[in-house]
Design a protein around this ligand. Structure first.
Ligand code: AMP
Ligand code: MG
Length: 343
């Protein structure tokens, strides 16, 4: 299949492809999504095929405004409206009971649906032109780091889908935050572009699902099915080194070999001269780290490194999402050196 390259002005062309059951990679503020008409089961099934996505990992339903929530969800708690009012359009996915008009292939048979209103003018315009919701997971081949620019989309999906819309680099760079509102206490299923602190400002108590910080035990059933899969991983094994950044830099330096890759904060690049280094932003700027992380993880696959060490931010703000993606990329292989300057 010849994959067409679209610009952000090609709204009608993108909507037309979707209307005919085609797949379009669409930029969002978080990462690029691989979209299909959510109400067309055959089109949605092609998303799983194009990505090699496991059949039990549901997709997120994208809508252009909060007034569409009731078309696809039921028993909507006031908290959902409070969150939508404050954070939509934006990097927040809410898990709510679904209506029967949402095809099973979108939710993988669950009686809930993950739903979000993305904060990207081109995606919103496509949704309005199509006048239907778009089902879209991240646009990467399953298991690879999520795409944060059109070049990543071409790398993974050229020849597999009808079109890729180039919207430039994503402003957030990690996927949406997923919160489950079907439990008595709202539960964070995946940290993402909206910080946990912001959720708590609106909701009060928010439980953090165990899968955010730890690998699942054998046989344990995750609440967000996607949490059980190996994800974001470059080909070389990754070890996350957590804790005070000066200490983590020293720890990594002592372990450098000929084919060692390093993910580090900008302040430490000069320490790692001669290594294959991917800097992800200042230690003080988790927003920048979020924007650059997936590109850094992808970059190692074009190199000869056989092991990768990564510095890792703390859990405040977007740090929780960056740390979660790094830990997942590492299969939770983590060395924690703790905070504070011990010598
Ligand atoms: P992706 O867009 O590629 O990040 O994938 C969507 C994520 O949303 C996956 O981790 C899914 O497991 C999760 N998800 C989608 N729908 C639901 C749902 N109804 N309940 C829990 N998690 C969901
Ligand atoms: Mg994904």
């Amino acid at each position: 299949m010849k994959t067409q390259l679209l610009t952000q002005r090609d709204i009608d062309a993108a909507a037309a492809i979707l209307r005919e059951g085609g797949l379009v990679a669409i930029p969002t503020e978080t990462v690029y999504g691989l979209g299909a008409d959510a109400l067309n089961p055959a089109a949605v099934a092609r998303i799983f095929e194009a990505k090699g996505r496991p059949q039990d990992n549901p997709l997120i339903l994208h809508i252009p405004e909060v007034s569409w929530l009731e078309r696809y969800c039921r028993n909507i708690p006031p908290a959902a409206y409070a969150l939508a009012e404050r954070f939509w359009p934006g990097p927040l996915t809410m898990v709510l009971p679904r209506r029967s008009n949402v095809p099973n292939v979108v939710t993988c048979g669950l009686d809930t649906v993950g739903i979000r209103c993305p904060n990207h003018p081109a995606f919103l315009a496509v949704l309005r032109a199509l006048d239907r919701p778009v089902a879209a997971p991240s646009g990467n081949l399953s298991g690879r780091p999520s795409p944060t620019c059109a070049a990543h989309m071409v790398e993974d999906m050229d020849g597999r889908i009808e079109a890729i819309m180039d919207g430039g680099p994503c402003g957030v760079g990690v996927e949406s935050t997923i919160v489950d509102l079907t439990t008595p206490i709202p539960r964070l299923l995946r940290p993402g572009g909206l910080p946990l602190e912001a959720l708590r400002e609106v909701l009060g108590e928010v439980a953090v699902d165990r899968a955010v910080n730890a690998p699942l035990a054998a046989g344990e059933k995750p609440r967000a099915p996607g949490m059980k899969y190996r994800h974001y991983a470059p080909k070389a094994p990754v070890t996350v080194v957590a804790g005070d950044s000066r200490r983590t830099a020293r720890y990594i330096l002592r372990r450098i070999g000929e084919r060692t890759g390093v993910i580090c904060f900008d302040e430490y690049v000069s320490d790692f001269q001669g290594c294959t280094v991917e800097a992800i932003g200042s230690a003080k700027d988790v927003g920048e780290q979020a924007r650059r992380l997936f590109d850094a993880l992808r970059a190692f696959d074009a190199t000869e490194v056989d092991v990768i060490f990564a510095q890792c931010p703390g859990d405040a703000g977007l740090g929780l999402a960056v740390a979660n993606r790094l830990k997942k990329a590492a299969g939770f292989q983590i060395v924690d050196l703790g905070e504070g300057e011990r010598t």
